[in-house]
Structure formats: structure tokens, C-alpha cells
Design a protein around this ligand. Structure first.
Ligand SMILES: Cc1ncc(C[n+]2csc(CCOP(=O)(O)OP(=O)(O)O)c2C)c(N)n1
Ligand SMILES: [Mg+2]
Length: 577
């Protein structure tokens, strides 16, 4: 046994659990942890320009690669409270994330000590586990349990709050014999897989809905294999986008009220059976349940028992890790194919493909100012199959999902449930840390970009090159469009005459100057014909300067994007292809 400060033991545990980097903002109450990291020299630290930015960076890091756990460090008081949005975002999207906060000494917790706030209580509704560790001897075990909790079942965030004296108290700890706790994940049985496939085989127009659980389980290959063996078209959810490549013959489109394809919705409405795997039946995917469910049989596979029946009662539910369920389903489906007992689905598949061929939206607009649809058309041309898009919320994200193409899991990284403005830049930087070799493209509206724009400096400081696209309509576009219902255009305009940049006319913030001021490179595009060259130039600048490169596209201010209230009532505002 070695005698050491409890926080030194905690850092040794972090190493054993695979933590190699941290995102954070130091402060007095968490300085012991920084001193422990400095002594070990094993954890690279990225200094956020806002704690919320640091926590979103950690989220981006978690989301980029299977098995990754992003860690965010913050001090007590406002440090902790600033992490809450990131905890919520990770919670909503089932992303593992470890937030470690400093805290006032144990004896001062009830004495209104400087920056002492009960962060564990604040975080609890948006964390799988949130606790203030009161005993130094429990600190290694608290971290050990945190990893166990983050990895087991439905992944999610954990917050550990560490009083100053708990961090500094000496304990005996033997790191050599430390072992991470075994992770538990439920697995579908053979009988469950048989029953689900019996139901699928009995239907005539089956679909598989592939959710983020398939990504979390790193099981996209198995998902595609199951679809191919059964000849069953796949509807990925927004979080499952990329689990089957967009150009795969069985990729039938996304369904939903906003981030959806016309052909995806039409195909769901034409189906009579849905096997949902690792999905939540999120309301922006289903729309009204009467329309979504009418005439269809549902099987739901989810790792978390209480998710079965949460939104509606499926005809059959299986509690299983998506990967484990897919293994069993593929096994049974293969046997049935070899035995010749699977029905021929070629007619149904052909109908789905026909919808995908014909139910497209127009993108080739030549207009100046640029129409957003054209931007995504040019992005599809410029960026290869390996590109990782990072996006968040707004018309920018919705149109991105309607028009971009994604070909691999984790090729579309999105705060799908929480959608906290300001997320994109930080999350994209976290993805760059996790995967420095892929092309990362952040997609933001101008408001999302402005929310935590200062985080660009972190990208410049730590040499994290990526392309940050800003589609600038000088509007809170999604909210402007939503205000149509109220016949108003109220408090949603970002435009003003910038006295320093009159050439912007009324587009307000000079994003190019701000980005350059923060140490990044930036290009402004006004003509759609110049988009392709701008994307090329941005990649050359990334290579040369090793910093984020902002590509700002000056858009038409008012462009409504297709959306609706029901799968069969999505309003189109622009020409169809
Ligand atoms: C923290 C936070 N506040 C408010 C919202 C509500 N909201 C969603 S989208 C949006 C406007 C986004 O504007 P922009 O980023 O410019 O994207 P656009 O819709 O114009 O493409 C707002 C205010 C939110 N998602 N997050
Ligand atoms: Mg905007």
C-alpha cells in the first residue's frame, strides 16, 4: 500500500479507467486535482473558455469514438452550475460523461462558504449519479463506481463533487491491483429474437428503426447485416443516422417532423411493422402517435427496462443492449434464410427505393443571397464519406439533416435531445481531440455560433483544425419560423448596422473579424458558385495553420424549411426536385 493524497489515488484510478485527457476550467476548490494531474503528467488538459464549453467539448470527445469517456473539471459554485447544461445534453442522448467539481471543505458545507453550492442536488435529475464524496477513503471507490455506472446499461453522465479537504487527506491505496468493475449490459435471449422475427416475418411491409443505441453499442455493422439478411428497409433516427450508409439500397430515409426526408415519412406511413432497436420514439421522430402507430405492429428493443412502454406500449418489448440483440437477431435470421423460411420482400424494398428516388427536395438554387439548400448540396460535393459532421439545433441543423449525406456511424454528431445553443463549436473541438485524423465539419446557425464563440480560442491554442460552417441568416431562424403561428417576427432578429463593418450591410456581427481575433482563420462566402472553392481553401488553411477555419455563408434571411406537426402533415415551403 502506498500513502498518498486521496486525489492522487483518484488520478491513478482515472488512468486505469482509460482517461487520457481532461477538459476544464480550474479554480481554487479543484486545484488539488490539477496538482495531482501535473505530478502524474498522464492527462492532457484542454482549457475551456467557458465551463459550459469545456463540458460540451468533453461530450464531443465521448461521442466521437466507442468507449470514450470525456471528463470535465470545474471548480465549486459557478464552475459546477455551468456544467449542468452539458450533463443534461449527455443525459438526453445517453452519452457517458464524467464531471468532477471541487467543493468547499466538508465542515463548511452548511456554512454558506464562498462558492459552496449543493451541485450534486442540482445535477441529480440530469445525471445517472451525482454525489458529494464525504470521506477521503471512499474517493477511489467513488471513481470506480462512476465508471461502472457510466458504462453499464443505458450510458449517461456522472458528477462527482469533491470537497477540498477530501481531496487533500492522505489515504493508503494500491493502484497495481486496481481493476475496473465489470460492466453489466442486458442481452436478448434466443427465444426473444425468435419471437421478434416471427412477428416481423408475419408482416408484409416491415421496417427497422435504428436508434442511437446502435451507435452506442458500436453495432452498425450488425444492423446492416440484419437488414440485408431480412431484406428489411431501415429508417435511422437522427441519433442513429449513419448506422446504415445513406446510399445503401436499404437506407429508406429518416422520419420525423423536422430532421426527416419526404421519402422516410412516406415509407413509415406505408409500413405495417416496425422493429425499433436502441431508439426512444422521440416525439420529433414520431410526431403524433395516432398517425405514427396506425395500422402498425411494434417491437421495441432497448437496454433500459423502463424505456419499454414509456412512450407507447409496443406489441412486444425486449430489454437488451442493441449489439447483443442484433447478434441474436442476425443469428436467427441467417438460419431462417438458409432454411428458406424468410418471405420475399423485393416488392416492398422496390417501393421504398422508388420513393427515395422520386420524393426529393430541390437544392440547386442559384440565388444570391444564397439559399440554404444550395449550401448542403455543395457540402455533399466537397466533403468525403469519412467526414464527421457536428451540429446542434436550428434551421441549420434541420436543413443539414434533410440535405446532407452521412455514411458512417458517428458521422453525424448532434445534441439531438437537449439542443443547447452554443454546443457545436465546443463539441466539434472535442471530436477533433478524439479523432485528429478525420475531417470534422461543424454546422452552426449564426446564433448557435455566437453563443460560445470564444471557445474558438481553445481550438487555436491547442491546434485543433476543423471547418466551422456558419450559415448566417441573421436570424434566430427556427424561432422566427415557429413565430409564423403567432403572426409575429418578434425578438428573433440578429441584424444591425455594424459600425466597424459597413460592408456587412445589416448582417450584424462580423464573424470573420471575431474568428480572426480569436486566433482562427475565416472565409466569407456570398455567391453559391464560390462555395466549393471556399471549402477547398478552408481545408488548405487547416493544413497550413492548424487552427479552426470558419466558413461563413451569407444566406437569404428568410427561408422556411420543411416541417410539420404529424408525419403526414409536413409543410413544404420550397420547390421539390
Ligand atoms: C440555450 C438555448 N436557448 C434557446 C433555444 C431555442 N432555440 C432553438 S433554435 C434557436 C435559434 C437558432 O438560431 P441560429 O443558430 O442562427 O440557427 P437558424 O435557425 O437561424 O439556422 C433558438 C433560440 C435553444 N435551443 N437553446
Ligand atoms: Mg440564424
Amino acid at each position: 500500500m502506498t500513502r498518498m493524497r486521496a486525489i492522487d489515488a483518484a488520478v491513478l484510478v482515472l488512468e486505469k479507467e482509460g482517461i487520457r485527457c481532461a477538459f476544464g476550467v480550474p479554480g481554487a476548490a479543484i486545484n488539488p486535482m490539477y496538482s495531482a494531474m501535473l505530478q502524474r503528467g498522464t492527462i492532457t488538459h484542454y482549457l475551456g473558455r467557458h465551463v459550459e464549453a469545456a463540458v460540451h467539448m468533453a461530450e464531443g470527445y465521448s461521442r466521437a469514438t466507442a468507449g470514450n469517456i470525456g471528463m470535465c473539471l470545474a471548480t465549486s459554485g459557478p464552475g459546477g452550475t455551468d456544467t449542468v447544461t452539458g450533463l443534461y445534453s449527455a443525459w438526453g442522448d445517453s452519452v457517458p460523461l464524467l464531471v468532477v467539481t471541487g467543493q468547499a471543505p466538508v465542515a463548511k458545507l452548511h456554512k454558506e462558504d464562498f462558492q459552496a453550492v449543493d451541485i450534486a442536488a442540482i445535477a441529480r435529475p440530469v445525471a445517472k449519479l451525482a454525489e458529494t464524496v464525504m470521506e477521503a477513503a471512499q474517493l477511489p471507490g467513488a471513481f470506480q463506481r462512476a465508471f461502472h455506472v457510466m458504462r453499464s446499461g443505458r450510458p449517461g453522465p456522472v458528477l462527482l463533487d469533491l470537497p477540498l479537504d477530501v481531496q487533500l487527506t492522505e489515504i493508503d491505496f494500491d493502484v497495481d491491483t486496481y481493476e475496473p468493475l465489470p460492466v453489466s449490459r442486458p442481452a436478448a435471449t434466443r427465444e426473444q429474437a425468435e419471437k421478434a422475427l416471427d412477428m416481423l416475418v408475419a408482416s408484409e411491409r416491415p421496417l427497422i428503426v435504428s436508434g442511437g443505441g446502435v451507435v452506442n453499442a458500436d453495432a452498425a455493422d450488425l444492423l446492416v447485416e440484419l437488414a440485408e439478411v431480412l431484406d428489411a428497409p431501415v429508417i435511422p433516427t437522427l441519433m442513429g443516422w449513419g448506422t446504415i450508409p445513406d446510399d445503401h439500397r436499404l437506407m429508406a430515409g429518416m422520419a420525423g417532423l423536422q430532421t426527416a426526408h419526404r421519402y422516410g415519412n412516406a415509407t413509415v406511413l406505408a409500413s405495417d411493422f416496425v422493429l425499433g432497436i436502441g431508439n426512444r420514439w422521440a416525439n420529433r421522430h414520431t410526431g403524433g402517435l395516432e398517425v405514427y402507430r396506425a395500422g402498425r405492429t411494434f417491437v421495441h428493443v432497448d437496454i433500459e427496462p423502463t424505456q419499454i412502454g414509456r412512450i407507447f406500449t409496443p406489441d412486444y418489448g425486449i430489454v437488451s443492449d442493441a449489439g447483443a440483440a442484433l447478434e441474436r437477431l442476425v443469428e436467427v435470421a441467417r438460419e431462417r434464410r438458409e432454411a428458406g423460411t424468410l418471405p420475399d420482400r423485393s416488392g416492398w424494398v422496390e417501393q421504398c427505393q422508388e420513393r427515395k428516388r422520386t420524393m426529393q427536395r430541390r437544392t440547386d438554387f442559384p440565388d444570391v443571397p444564397i439559399k440554404p439548400q444550395r449550401v448542403y448540396q455543395e457540402m455533399n460535393k466537397a466533403f468525403g464519406r469519412e467526414t464527421r459532421y457536428v451540429s446542434n439545433i436550428g434551421l441549420s441543423q434541420i436543413a443539414g439533416a434533410q440535405f446532407l449525406h452521412v455514411y458512417k456511424p458517428r458521422g453525424w454528431i448532434d445534441a439531438g435531445q437537449a439542443g443547447p445553443l452554443g454546443w457545436t463549436v465546443s463539441a466539434a473541438l472535442g471530436v477533433c481531440v478524439a479523432d485528429p485524423d478525420s475531417l470534422v465539419v461543424g454546422l452552426s446557425g449564426d446564433y448557435d455560433f455566437q453563443f460560445l464563440i470564444e471557445q474558438l480560442a481553445c481550438g487555436a491554442q491547442f491546434k485543433l483544425p476543423y471547418i466551422q460552417l456558419v450559415v448566417n441568416n441573421s436570424y434566430l431562424g427556427l424561432i422566427r419560423q415557429a413565430q409564423r403561428t403567432f403572426e409575429m417576427d418578434y425578438c428573433v432578429q440578429l441584424c444591425f448596422q455594424n459600425v466597424n463593418s459597413p460592408e456587412l450591410e445589416s448582417y450584424g456581427v462580423d464573424h470573420v473579424k471575431v474568428a480572426e481575433g480569436l486566433g482562427c482563420k475565416a472565409i466569407r462566402v456570398r455567391d453559391p458558385e464560390e462555395l466549393g472553392a471556399a471549402f477547398e481553401k478552408a481545408q488548405a488553411m487547416m493544413a497550413e495553420f492548424r487552427v479552426p477555419v470558419v466558413v461563413e455563408v451569407i444566406l437569404e434571411k428568410v427561408t422556411d424549411i420543411a416541417m410539420g406537426t404529424e408525419l403526414d402533415a409536413v409543410e413544404e415551403f420550397e420547390e421539390l426536385a
